[in-house]
Design a protein around this ligand. Sequence first.
Ligand code: SF4
Length: 283
Amino acid sequence: MTPRVINAEYIKTKIIEAIGVLSFRSDPKLLNCMRAARQSETSEIARDILDAILDNAAIAANEQIPGCQDTGTLVFFVDIGSSVLIEGHGLTAIIHEAVAEASRKFYLRRSIVRDPLLDRTNTGDNTPAVIHLSLVDGDGLVIHIAQKGGGAENMSRLFMLNPSSGREEIISNVIRTVTEAGAKACPPLILGIGLGANFETAPLLAKRALFQDLEARNPVAYYAELEDEIKSRINSSGIGPMGMGGNCTVLAVHLLQAACHMASLPLAVNLQCHAFRHLGIRI
Ligand code: SF4
């Protein structure tokens, strides 16, 4: 197959453009979902909070300012075709450069520190980004970019369950994660659930699950029903928007599953707050 050559500077420009769009704009489908949830919300406080979140998102989009002060960690999922050749820098270097330039250009809050313990000075440009590369067939280059805020990320959890754990134990661990998070994760939430795989891959499944199309359903009927049951039971918990009570705690639940060791049943729950900023670009 003839290689497809893509210029590094072109990729960088596209990433900077995308960061500009997603920085000030929440996922439009999420906003529609929140409008619908507002109609069925029974708590007056919850309706007021949803109105405030929707107003805030509109102001951010109109005035091109971040909808939340935490502009997050820049997370990249990159699917690169095996026949793609990048001319110029390597792909990871391009991404880091794009993040640094976009952070300056769009005045994003600088959120990243150099070392978790020994040097918590700010890197000053939101680098390094978190990058997950996957090699796929063909000549495509698809880059999904997200700004992942710290509050919801801090309350996310990994459970290494016993394989004898049943459906009920899985559900109760997910509900416990959301209940313990309460207001700290800034609900209403989207849940990404990774089931199976192993210690490092279950959280990756959960993160990938988050950034699917909001209306996506698991193609396996059993898991699609599990997504529905988790959503319904959490919304009966009464946590509500920003933990102030109500029946709108979770707007969507997405589960991805994978094969695992016969002695293992990993369960990762990645929480995403209502500041749901992500965008996919195809180059
Ligand atoms: S969890 Fe989300 S909404 Fe809350 S402060 Fe962080 S980015 Fe903002």
